[in-house]
Ligand binder design. Structure first.
Ligand code: SAM
Length: 296
């Protein structure tokens, strides 16, 4: 397919929108990409080839879907907005290895999706220009569902991408960084200007790549307790670990028990959550989990 014919140009996008009288729904995060080079870069960072299949969330009028169709063995795309279905049928007519599912991604039955679409055993990667209003719920759903996906490469709000990929001792580091990095190795691949979208969003964007880990980076006695402790540690960012944890666990752990934990693990209670590595959070969580079990 020649470059002029790509969906992702301002001219072709306008033509398609006009032909169907389509009006953007802000509430669905509809900001379509109009730069084919950005799309090819996303696909490059995702490492898509004919040996693998892709899941897309929110195909819009098919700008990214088309490039994925050219690069991948198969594409399955979830689109919530039924008004886009006839448009996609038209724009993606040349590609019979693309399936559109008219559904809210947050309600998807992935077991059925795999049975129906991915029986060929080829690796599956997620690639999307996400609707920004539900970036975190979508990513957490995909990660927590423990799906057999190799990686996730997504365009999201720059600030959120930086928080997800942040290391300790940076102002972006927080419970979101740990939640994402527990499941994946996260990296920001490129910063993207507002000008490549129609309509232009108010915020800057970035491409985030998440490589799924085969095994968790830390050993945990109890995942839910670990995430609870991490969240509590960042509850008030300027406060010390001692302060945040004493307040959060006051029903289940005494102050001396918390002090003993710091001593046993070798962590200074005057530190702030943002200075702790994931391993240090894991050590604290495993210790306090045993303590709370003993107390209950
Ligand atoms: N992929 C297209 C592109 O890059 O030009 C469109 C991306 S646009 C940022 C986000 C798309 O996600 C829109 O088409 C929107 O209708 C769709 N969407 C929003 N919420 C959704 C949901 N819960 N499930 C599936 N699709 C959704």
């Amino acid at each position: 397919m020649s470059e002029q014919k790509a969906i992702a140009t301002p001219k072709r996008t306008k033509e398609i929108l006009e032909k169907y009288g389509f009006s953007f729904k802000k509430s669905l995060g509809q900001n379509f990409l109009i730069d084919v080079n950005i799309l090819r870069n996303i696909i490059h960072h995702a490492g898509i080839s004919k040996e693998m299949s892709a899941i897309e969330i929110g195909p819009g009028i098919g700008a990214l879907t088309e490039q994925l169709a050219l690069a991948a063995n198969k594409v399955v795309a979830f689109e919530i907005d039924g008004r886009l279905l006839p448009i996609l049928e038209d724009t993606l007519a040349p590609y019979d290895h693309v399936d559109i599912i008219n559904q809210d991604i947050l309600k998807a039955d992935f077991e059925q999706v795999w049975q129906q679409h991915f029986q060929d055993q080829k690796p599956v990667k997620v690639v999307a220009n996400l609707p920004y209003y539900i970036t975190t719920p979508i990513l957490m759903q995909l990660l927590m569902a423990n799906l057999p996906i190799a990686s996730i490469t997504v365009m999201i709000q720059k600030e959120v991408a930086e928080r997800m990929a942040a290391s300790e001792n940076s102002k972006e580091y927080g419970s979101l960084s740990i939640a994402i990095q527990y499941y994946t190795e996260a990296s920001v691949k490129m910063i993207v200007p507002k000008t490549v979208f129609m309509p232009q969003p108010r915020v800057d964007s970035a491409v985030l790549h998440l490589e799924k880990r085969e095994t968790p980076p830390v050993h945990l006695q109890d995942e839910a307790f670990f995430f609870q402790l991490v969240q509590a540690s960042f509850q008030q960012r300027r406060k010390t670990l001692r302060n945040n944890l004493t307040r959060h666990f006051k029903e289940v752990l005494t102050k001396p028990e918390i002090e003993q934990g710091f001593e046993q693990i070798g962590i200074d209670g005057t530190r702030r959550g943002e200075s702790l590595t994931m391993q240090e959070f894991a050590d604290l969580a495993n210790y306090f989990y045993e303590q709370t079990k003993g107390n209950s």
